[in-house]
Design a protein around this ligand. Structure first.
Ligand code: PEP
Length: 262
């Protein structure tokens, strides 16, 4: 982590917590996260509940506002409105959220999302003033075959090329090795840091040094309060995208640890 970039701790609740349970959990963690983020303006926490639970979580957050505790969606479509059954648009997301997770490996894997689609969504998010957290990462077979660099290169180019240069700095990239997601088998801080450095370097060749320095890069994959310091201590890693631990109180612990390292 370096001081000119915020530390971002984002929680991807995935398909957990409907409106009532989400509201209940938010009432437990929002005061604690609010306090942490108010203490330290370099820390940004983002909660990403399922789409149906965004509104109730927003309501809880509005009762105790903290400018560095934000709400994010887990996905959206790139069109503004229209006949796209089941989808939500950037304008709708923008009413409640600052952020949207895009191209999560589960969306790529189960819903066939391509780099091309992720690119369209990223452009839409930036255009409508949302902060996209764009997920990339290699799978187990690619990892074993030593293809990580190539996969990262293809995903960064495919999902993030040709964005307006003035907006490129607002992107957040989450490096999430698929083999580490939900497996309890996190990458080492050293390996994750190496990939984060590669991503930053690549981004520099695409958008210049200024954008590369401004780019936030998160690690994701079985992060817990026990292992998070391995990632947070690397200069190219600016926080974490957290799945399993984000629907527990461990999320607050992770934010607390990040807070001490900013
Ligand atoms: C994720 O789904 O983005 C993720 C990082 O999950 P987990 O922390 O459970 O591995």
């Amino acid at each position: 982590m370096i001081s000119s970039r915020s530390v971002i701790i984002a929680g991807n609740w995935k398909m957990n917590y409907g409106p009532k349970a989400a509201s209940h959990f938010a009432m437990e963690i929002v005061p604690k996260l609010g306090q942490l983020t108010r203490q330290n303006p370099g820390l940004l926490c983002i909660l990403c509940p399922p789409a149906i639970s965004l509104s109730p979580v927003r309501e809880v957050m509005d009762t105790m506002p903290s400018p560095r505790l934000e709400l994010g969606a887990q996905n959206m479509y790139f069109e503004e409105k229209g006949a796209f059954t089941g989808e939500i648009s950037p304008i709708m997301v923008r009413e409640l959220c600052t952020t949207v997770i895009l191209g999560h490996s589960e969306r790529r894997m189960y819903f066939g999302e391509s780099n091309e689609l992720v690119h369209k969504k990223t452009l839409a998010a930036l255009t409508y003033g949302l902060r996209p957290i764009v997920c990339i990462g290699e799978n187990e077979a690619q990892h074993q075959a030593g293809q990580t660099e190539q996969v990262i290169h293809t995903q960064v180019q495919g999902s993030l090329a040709h964005l307006p240069t003035e907006l490129a700095k607002d992107v957040v990239i989450a490096y999430e090795p698929i083999w580490a997601i939900g497996t309890g088998k996190a990458a080492t801080g050293k390996d994750a840091g190496k990939v984060a450095s590669l991503i930053r370097q690549l981004y520099g060749t695409m958008y210049g040094d200024e954008s590369a320095v401004a780019l936030h890069i998160l690690y994701g994959g079985s992060t817990t309060s026990e292992n998070c310091h391995h990632f947070f201590s690397h200069p190219d890693i600016d926080g974490a995208l957290i799945g399993g631990a984000s629907i527990k109180h461990d999320f607050v612990e992770i934010a607390r640890k990040a807070n001490t390292m900013v």
